[in-house]
Design a protein around this ligand. Structure first.
Ligand SMILES: *[C@@H]1O[C@H](CO)[C@@H](O)[C@H](O)[C@H]1NC(C)=O
Ligand SMILES: *[C@@H]1O[C@H](CO)[C@@H](O)[C@H](O)[C@H]1NC(C)=O
Ligand SMILES: *[C@@H]1O[C@H](CO)[C@@H](O)[C@H](O)[C@H]1NC(C)=O
Ligand SMILES: *[C@@H]1O[C@H](CO)[C@@H](O)[C@H](O)[C@H]1NC(C)=O
Ligand SMILES: *[C@@H]1O[C@H](CO)[C@@H](O)[C@H](O)[C@H]1NC(C)=O
Length: 335
């Protein structure tokens, strides 16, 4: 009887090291062959024998042996991997010789990448985005990591290692855009990845400040409106610098100035001041007072007055002419 069979697990290793463990036609194999598993999770191994005439087919491991067996195979279930590196042996005993196969289970841990925008990103200024990831593999090797950052109008970039930073000039248009960081961990025959995304927050001083008015030349009594728009983040507060403080109203949250019935003093410069914590911007428009009303009543009245005066003059002229013709001969005849 083979002492290696009857003496139990501890002696088995010793027996394998002896030269008498000579080769035979039967083989055992472990699947998966190059196992990697996330630390703390479970894995199932299966050891199969190429021949079914073994007297023993079993695992030699330092963890509690859980599993099942069937004709030609024996499985090993590790419900919670708590070793970064674990040696696994499976052996088959075939009469006078035995076959053993060994594999090493490697555990890894790959966290979710953390993307951060350093400080306040302000449009037109230098900003920096960083990505870091926590990863661990069986010591002493450092994890073979690659970080890739893309999206949000940033130049895509890839860096080896557990952290990377990318400096860029912030643009107002980047606000709200999504940036993704993907970490790729290269294991022996496999890569695992994890990614995270975040929205960029870019503050912007007021820009594109515009002021416009449907009419820039007005007459007394006209309805005037002047509107201001400004971009910025946070949205700028608008203030007005007006030619007069006589009878105007603000509407549309301060974006529009209206004058129901314009007077001469409403002519002048309408200046809009846009402000937010990151700066100010300004734009203005000139409204010109035309003097006469555009109302058709006035020109008609003026024309009527002119016609009336001309008619009166004509009548007077005719009256004096005709009287003169009568008086002149009458006065000259006696003379
Ligand atoms: C192990 O492998 C054998 C042969 O491929 C198969 O029949 C058996 O179901 C496997 N056992 C487990 C637990 O996967
Ligand atoms: C087991 O079977 C194989 C062929 O399948 C044979 O070569 C070998 O001699 C057998 N071993 C024993 C101990 O019977
Ligand atoms: C990992 O990479 C694959 C292929 O590139 C991709 O389809 C998958 O979404 C990625 N997983 C994560 C979590 O990023
Ligand atoms: C209108 O503005 C003038 C100066 O431009 C100021 O002296 C006056 O008090 C203002 N009137 C009102 C009612 O605010
Ligand atoms: C002046 O015009 C604006 C829009 O052009 C209108 O909303 C407003 O009611 C008008 N006001 C008067 C007094 O007609």
């Amino acid at each position: 009887m083979d002492p290696c069979q009857s003496w139990g697990g501890v002696v088995v290793l010793f027996c394998f090291l002896l030269p008498r463990a000579h080769p035979g036609p039967c083989r055992v194999s472990i699947s998966p062959e190059e196992p990697t598993v996330e630390f703390g999770t479970s894995i199932l191994f299966n050891c199969t024998s190429s021949c079914h005439n073994y007297s023993r087919l079993d695992w030699e491991v330092s963890v509690t042996k859980l599993g099942a067996q069937g004709p030609g195979w024996v499985s090993l279930d590790i419900p919670n991997v708590t070793d970064w590196r674990l040696e696994l042996r499976c052996f088959g005993v075939y009469g006078q010789y035995r076959n053993v196969t060994t594999t090493t289970l490697h555990a890894y841990r790959l966290g979710s990448p953390q993307i951060k925008l350093e400080g306040d990103a302000v449009a037109g200024k230098e900003a920096r985005v960083t990505c870091t990831v926590d990863a661990q593999v069986a010591p002493p090797d450092p994890p073979n990591l690659l970080l890739t950052l893309w999206g949000g109008r940033l130049p895509p970039s890839t860096h080896p290692g557990p952290s990377m930073g990318l400096s860029f000039t912030a643009q107002a248009e980047q606000h709200g855009q999504e940036v993704t960081c993907e970490a790729t961990l290269q294991l022996r025959h496999r890569t695992v990845n994890a990614s995270a995304a975040t929205s960029l927050q870019v503050w912007a001083a007021p820009y594109d400040v515009r002021v416009w008015a449907p009419r820039t030349v007005f007459a007394a009594g006209d309805n005037l409106t002047v509107t201001c728009r400004a971009e910025g983040n946070p949205p700028p507060q608008l203030r007005w610098d007006l030619p007069t403080n006589a009878s105007w109203e603000l509407r549309d949250g301060g974006a529009t100035v209206t004058v129901a019935a314009a007077l001469r003093e409403h002519g002048g410069t309408y200046r809009c001041l846009a402000e937010n914590p990151y700066g100010t911007g300004t734009a203005s428009i000139n409204l010109l007072f035309q003097g006469s009303s555009r109302s058709p009543v006035v020109p008609v009245a003026v024309a009527l007055a002119v016609v009336t005066v001309l008619a009166a003059l004509a009548v007077l002229w005719w009256f004096y002419r005709s009287r003169g013709w009568n008086l002149l001969p009458a006065g000259s005849q006696p003379g």
